[in-house]
Ligand binder design. Structure first.
Ligand code: 6SD
Length: 232
C-alpha cells in the first residue's frame, strides 16, 4: 500500500530521478518467531492488541546499520503534535528520517521511550493504521526538498508557505452557465490582478481559518486588505 502510493506522481518521479530515497520496511521481517508475531495482549487487560516493541527496535537497528543514524524517528499517532507546514519544512531539511507506523492497535509505550524523537498527528481523526499518515508526511516533506517539484517558485507560492489560504483560480471558459470569471482577471492589469488575489486570499483566510492570521507574515498590501475587511 505504501509502496504503491509513494511510487506515483511527483514523488514517484523524484525517487526515479534519485532526488529522494524512500525505503519501506515490514515489521514482520523483524520478528523471530515462526508466526512473525508483531502484537500481543495488553498488560492490565482491556480490548484490542498492542504492537510489540522488539520489532520496532530491531527494524530501527537494521535501518541504522544500513543507512546510518536518522536525524528523526517519527511515530504516526493521533496523540502526536499536529503536522503542519513548519514541521514539513523542518523534516525536509533532515538528511535521513524514519517514520514508524502501527496498524489496528496501540504501540508499546517503550517504543516512544527508546526510539521516537517526534510523535506526529496528521489531524484529529482516527485512522486504522499509520501508513496513510506516513504517506501524507512523506509527500508533504518531499515537496519541500529542492529538485522534487520541478517549479521551485510554485512551492514557494504554496498556500501554507505564505501562511494564507489560496486565492480562487479560474480557467476557460470566461462564462459558464452564466457564472462569469471576475473581470479583473481578464483585464490584463497585472498590478490589479495581484492586489485582487491578495485580497481574496486574506478574505478567505479570515472567513475559514482566522487562526492562521495570528502567525501569517503579511506584506503591506495584505495588511491593508485585512484592515479593509476589518472595517467592513
Ligand atoms: C495504530 C495508527 C497510527 C493508527 C492516526 C494518526 C492520525 N492523525 N490519526 N490516526 C493513526 C496512526 C492511527 O496505528
Amino acid at each position: 500500500m505504501v509502496k504503491a502510493m509513494l511510487g506515483e506522481g511527483v514523488l514517484g518521479r523524484a525517487v526515479e530521478r534519485g532526488v529522494v530515497t524512500v525505503g519501506v520496511h515490514d515489521l514482520r521481517d523483524y520478528t523471530s518467531d515462526r508466526h512473525r508475531t508483531v502484537d500481543d495482549v495488553p498488560y492490565g487487560g482491556g480490548p484490542g492488541m498492542v504492537l510489540k516493541a522488539e520489532p520496532f527496535v530491531r527494524a530501527c537497528e537494521g535501518i541504522r546499520r544500513d543507512h546510518g543514524e536518522p536525524a528523526s524517528v517519527a511515530l504516526m499517532s493521533p496523540q502526536g503534535r499536529p503536522f503542519r507546514h513548519a514541521e514539513a519544512v523542518r523534516f525536509s531539511q533532515l538528511r535521513h528520517m524514519v517514520l514508524l507506523c502501527g496498524r489496528y492497535e496501540g504501540v508499546d509505550e517503550r517504543v516512544r521511550d527508546q526510539l521516537v524523537t517526534d510523535e506526529v498527528s496528521i489531524g484529529d481523526y482516527v485512522l486504522s493504521g499509520g501508513e496513510l499518515a506516513a504517506a501524507v508526511v512523506v509527500e508533504a516533506v518531499a515537496r519541500l526538498v529542492p529538485g522534487v517539484v520541478g517549479d521551485a517558485e510554485s512551492v514557494r507560492q504554496d498556500s501554507f508557505a505564505r501562511g494564507l489560504l489560496d486565492y480562487p483560480d479560474y480557467t476557460r471558459p470566461a462564462s459558464l452557465d452564466g457564472h462569469a470569471v471576475p473581470e479583473v482577471l481578464l483585464s490584463g492589469h497585472h498590478g490589479a490582478i495581484r492586489t485582487w488575489r491578495k485580497r481574496q486570499a486574506v478574505r478567505r483566510t479570515r472567513e475559514r481559518r482566522p487562526e492562521l492570521l495570528e502567525h501569517a507574515v503579511l506584506d503591506d498590501e495584505e495588511r491593508a486588505a485585512l484592515s479593509a475587511l476589518e472595517n467592513e
